[in-house]
Design a protein around this ligand. Structure first.
Ligand SMILES: [Zn+2]
Length: 171
């Protein structure tokens, strides 16, 4: 999934959870941050690091939640839960929209990559920035269900954002 779509899905999830706007910002960041591993990866197909595995985030969020619980810092507990949920959302959507690399749900216990639609890892042997130009972008949007879904997600998020903005600014 593209970065903008992860931001959009984080926004929508925060809205659906009826969270305050400061938490929605966290939803958006935490639903997107995993793709930072693209910065130190040579190829699209190779960009899934430990940040794209559930166990890493379960461990990190578990520790933060425990600190929050122990020290009675409610914001920390809430933040840890949102980050975990947003991370799972990222991995779940990457799993559904996998085109060149799947999700290792059971890493480090198993290296098996999981995906929904068949993937073509050889098409992902390109630098990350080439994702947004042909031929990769054409290949990415070949699957019409995924394409309409991803575009629709962005439109929905923009629409909801626009409506919220107008609601907040009318007298
Ligand atoms: Zn990702």
């Amino acid at each position: 999934m593209f970065v903008n779509s992860h931001i959009a899905s984080g926004y929508l999830a925060g809205k659906i959870a009826k969270d305050d706007s400061k938490w929605i910002v966290l939803w958006m960041v935490a639903a997107t941050i995993q793709d930072i591993d693209g910065l130190w990866s040579d190829t699209v197909a190779g960009h899934h690091s430990i940040l794209h595995t559930p166990i890493f985030w379960i461990a990190v969020c578990g520790i933060v939640w425990c600190i929050g619980n122990f020290r009675k810092i409610q914001g920390l507990e809430m933040g840890a839960m949102i980050v975990l949920a947003a991370t799972m959302l990222h991995l779940f959507t990457d799993w559904i929209t996998a085109r060149t690399v799947g999700i290792q749900w059971f890493y480090p216990f198993s290296d098996t990559n999981y995906w929904v639609y068949p993937i073509s890892p050889e098409k992902g042997n390109i630098p990350i920035w080439e994702m947004v130009v042909p031929p990769y972008i054409n290949f990415y949007f070949e699957n019409k269900i995924l394409s309409y879904g991803e575009v629709g997600l962005n439109i929905l998020a923009l629409g909801w954002f626009g409506k919220t903005y107008l609601d907040n600014h009318e007298k």
